[in-house]
Ligand binder design. Structure first.
Ligand SMILES: [Ca+2]
Length: 203
């Protein structure tokens, strides 16, 4: 019986503390393949640049850290890589891939083990993404009609992006925090010791 009341109390407390369960959608196209993460959890993958992966997820704390990996299959200058993605919050907020995302190039995903996709990863040393053509224009423009079969409601207005010139690096990484931190933790003595502190630092 005691256990029951503890459970009820916990559920009640959780319900009272959590303000809104927001939902959101992550859509990714990559030339040539990609893996998407939400709050460190792998949620999407694909390898056909004209067919977006579409992932719906909840944001019970009102925010999420989005991380996207894209691989260009042609080595170096032999081929150009491109990444196009967006996040749509359930209040209609549209967050396109553009030069406001953090970007990094490096080893292929299987060889990268620095926790780059985790919410508390420090990406302050990363550059901003290189912004290329907007969806529907440039070298990927001929695929736009096919892409629109999945990129509708809403239409994409995102930009193709990369980390540096897109005929150099073949393995690139992007990060951004979407939504807002809906609660502000108390920081005794002005110290931030939890992941909240790290999250605030990267925003
Ligand atoms: Ca290449």
């Amino acid at each position: 019986m005691k256990k029951f009341f503890v459970s009820v109390t916990l559920v009640l407390a959780f319900t009272l503390i959590v303000p809104n369960v927001w939902s959101a959608t992550l859509r990714i196209n990559g030339d040539n393949s990609w893996v998407g993460f939400v709050n460190g959890e792998e949620v999407a993958e694909g390898n056909n640049w004209q067919e977006a992966s579409i992932t719906e997820f909840d944001m019970p704390e009102g925010y999420a850290v989005i991380a996207v990996y894209v691989h260009d299959a042609e080595p170096g200058a032999a081929g150009r890589g491109g990444a196009l993605f967006d996040v749509i919050l359930d209040d209609g907020t549209y967050i396109p891939s553009d030069d406001t995302w953090k970007a990094d190039a490096g080893a292929p995903l299987a060889d990268r083990n620095d926790g780059w996709e985790q919410p508390d990863f420090d990406d302050s040393g990363w550059d901003n993404a290189t912004q290329l053509d907007q969806f529907g224009e440039g070298i990927w423009g001929f695929g736009a009609d096919t892409m629109r079969q999945t990129l509708k409601d809403p239409d994409s207005t995102a930009y193709w992006v990369w980390a540096g010139p897109n005929d150099v690096e073949d393995d690139v990484y992007f990060r951004k925090t979407v939504g807002t931190l809906s609660t502000t933790p108390v920081e005794p003595g002005g110290k931030t010791t939890t992941t909240w502190g790290a999250l605030k630092a990267v925003r």
